[in-house]
Design a protein around this ligand. Sequence first.
Ligand code: PSV
Ligand code: MN
Ligand code: MN
Length: 389
Amino acid sequence: MSDRTTYAKQVLTSQNIELPSWAFGNSGTRFKVFAQQGVPRDPFEKISDAAQVHRHTGTAGSVALHIPWDKVEDYAALAAHAAEQGVRIGTINSNTFQDDDYMLGSVCHPDAGVRRKATDHLLECVDIMDATGSNDLKLWFADGTNYPGQDSIADRQDRLAEVLAEVYARLGDDQRLLLEYKLFEPSFYTTDVPDWGTAYAHCLKLGPKAQVVIDTGHHAPGTNIEFIVAILLREGKLGGFDFNSRFYADDDLMVGSADPFQLFRILHELVSKDVLGPESGIAYMLDQCHNIEAKIPGQIRSVMNVQEATAKALLIDREALAAAQAAGDVLAANAVLMDAYNTDVRPLLAELRVEQGLDADPMAAYAATGYGAGIIAARKDGQAAGWGA
Ligand code: PSV
Ligand code: MN
Ligand code: MN
């Protein structure tokens, strides 16, 4: 086995890809939600389903919650259930976008009463983090405007900064605030956190416990996301990812399905700085909805897609790349990258799984368990994921 293969296996073993609880519930578009049989009826069942993905991939050891979609009476009990299932509760995602009060925004709303309500929700999310042992609060705001003149762009930024400062002050020593940006939608004229620069500026003002989240589906077509990765890493402000794929807008398709080469390029930036392991503090999360495909297998496939892109990035001959770059040999440098990208890493990953005591083929292994048929028989009236429901 070459040194690079050994190194690749070592890093892949330490990789954790966090699953979104909402990937297991019913979801759809604003046109239609196609309900599937056997979907979870409560957050406990979502965690049980997520644990199946971990059981077959060995890489999905945490589950992100979305509040209030995953509201429960007893969060410590939910955390205990996760531990019983062999996973843990990860990031807590806030939701200030589904109440009628938020029609004109939440934390940027012109009315102080609505801002108070939104802020209280964010503080409640930190309470939940305390109960579940979660370290990360992920904030995405649907705030923005549809028409020029509708509200003051500048004043909205002031309101946002004020709320973020209050939430930041409430964080414990080991807790972080992760701010996610998105170019547009649901607002179409201005979005209050539309890009990494805006998120970065707010996080910089807040302090070291505030970092930026890159959702790969949240950019204009053609945006060089790996460049954003490199910049945020350099500034110590890359908090994590929401991985998914897009063809047109915020499609939330399976990561690595639309553009596996882009995923590889992103992972190359991360591998080149050795920040894939848990000690990096970078949260690698999926943010996907499975509207027409089966949900548990959809998550297994997504985890495998990230593993494949990671393995390819880890196989890049870094010495050869550095030498070609130093020599200004454009074609050779590009060839080093493409050699790794064009390597079939599936045998390597199959071998690694067997070494880890897993089945070489997670999709087939899951299908063979009969878990899918079991939940269809056991569960009636499954829950909507929240999105499009
Ligand atoms: C918004 O589009 C977003 O990407 C945020 O992360 C939300 O929390 C999430 O989607 C819900 O799917
Ligand atoms: Mn997201
Ligand atoms: Mn999104």
